[in-house]
Design a protein around this ligand. Structure first.
Ligand code: NDP
Ligand code: MG
Length: 343
């Protein structure tokens, strides 16, 4: 028996784009998310203005697509909906510059809840504060939209001054293509805490530490670094692809019985659940957020050190050398594509 979703999943038929078609929408930032939102909104018939600083390196790209560009304060002043798609660390400063442009009944919208949840941005009570967040990098948000598809997304309502915040968030999610795939409602708190936990414990932090530890264990025991690289890093992609397509069972069914038995009986040995609990607690009680905010205020001294150490790890040098060896496959592909027709 298949289980029901515990959350509602919203699709195109649950959303009405006409609710926001009279709005002027200011998209602040034209990076990963910003370019995708702005272009999808425009193609969905919305009135879009992009907000970028005077000397912005993104200005030319936005204007080349026929988008109108103003500085963030000007864009926000004329907009009914202001979408914060500049990096999270610069959002508080950008908010200060646009705050006066938010009138009663306007919407301040995010794609990630960090600054609202941890109190770095405190909007006045008469504006809607919402989230419409594709669960995907921007280039996929754009590419899937152009193909008539979409990426899954989230909506969340932090403040509903108008009484229509949720319907309008769904309308926006439809205009950027997310309801084609499915949109789930969450809260700012849940989105932030699960996002930070996931990227720290599993996706970015957990995986890289596990790969490095495995690599080091083999190299320290005298095995060839090249072998360690293939076993601990390169093959990870094959396993993750199987998990992505068919869940854990899809993966277990595709590997050998020996790999399956060894993995099922031994994997747990290397997982530190207490460490995960501690990390989740630091996300929940704001300790991580405070650390990251003051790290930024101090111009990132620790961040730079950690990056340097990562860059200088042996696995980077070995990997760069090995990837060079099999880059022939990508080169060949490109040559085929770029070959002139009369050749
Ligand atoms: P990017 O780093 O891609 O944003 C870069 C854009 O912001 C550029 O246009 C840049 O223009 C502009 N910008 C940078 N600094 C400033 C500033 N001080 N003032 C004005 N504009 C500035 O951001 P993302 O798209 O990655 O993230 C945007 C939001 O979306 C974040 O809240 C993030 O958490 C969220 N999100 C991101 C996802 C992703 O896949 N990247 C996925 C889901 C959510 P300039 O040329 O002027 O520097
Ligand atoms: Mg994230």
């Amino acid at each position: 028996m298949t289980e029901e979703f515990t959350t509602t999943v919203y699709h195109d038929e649950d959303a009405d784009v006409s609710l926001i078609e009279d709005e002027t929408i200011a998209v602040l930032g034209y990076g990963s998310q910003g370019h995708a939102h702005a272009l999808n909104l425009k193609d969905s018939g919305m009135d879009v203005v992009v907000g970028l600083r005077e000397d912005s390196s993104s200005r030319e790209a936005a204007e080349a697509e026929g988008l109108r560009v103003e500085t963030p304060d000007v864009a926000a002043a004329e907009a009914d909906r202001v979408v914060m798609l500049v990096p999270d660390t610069v959002q508080p400063a950008v908010y200060e510059a646009i705050e006066d442009g938010l009138e009663a009944g306007d919407t301040l919208q995010f794609a990630h809840g960090f600054n609202i949840h941890y109190g770095q941005i405190r909007p006045s009570e008469d504006v809607d504060v919402t989230m419409s967040a594709p669960k995907s990098p921007g280039h996929l948000v754009r590419r899937t939209y152009e193909r008539g598809e979409g990426t899954p997304g989230l909506i969340a309502i932090y403040q509903d001054a108008t009484g229509s915040a949720k319907e309008e968030s769904l309308a926006y999610s439809k205009a950027i293509g997310c309801t084609r795939a499915g949109v789930i409602e969450t809260t700012f708190q849940e989105e932030v805490e699960t996002d930070l936990f996931g990227e720290q414990a599993v996706l970015c932090g957990g995986v890289t530490e596990m790969v490095k530890a495995g690599f080091e264990t083999l190299v320290d025991a005298g095995y060839a670094p090249e072998m360690a690289y293939f076993e601990c890093l390169n093959e990870l992609k094959l396993i993750v692809d199987l998990m992505y397509e068919g869940g854990h069972m899809g993966m277990w069914n595709s590997v050998s019985d020996t790999a399956e038995y060894g993995g099922l009986t031994r994997g747990e040995e290397v997982i530190n659940r207490e460490g995960m609990d501690k990390l989740l607690e630091e996300v929940q009680n704001g300790e991580f957020a405070r650390e990251w905010i003051s790290e930024n205020q101090a111009h990132r001294p620790a961040y730079k050190q950690y990056r340097d150490a990562e860059q200088n790890h042996q696995i980077e040098e070995v990997g760069a050398r090995l990837r060079e060896l099999f880059s022939w496959s990508e080169d060949a592909e490109q040559e085929t594509q770029e070959a002139p027709a009369d050749d």
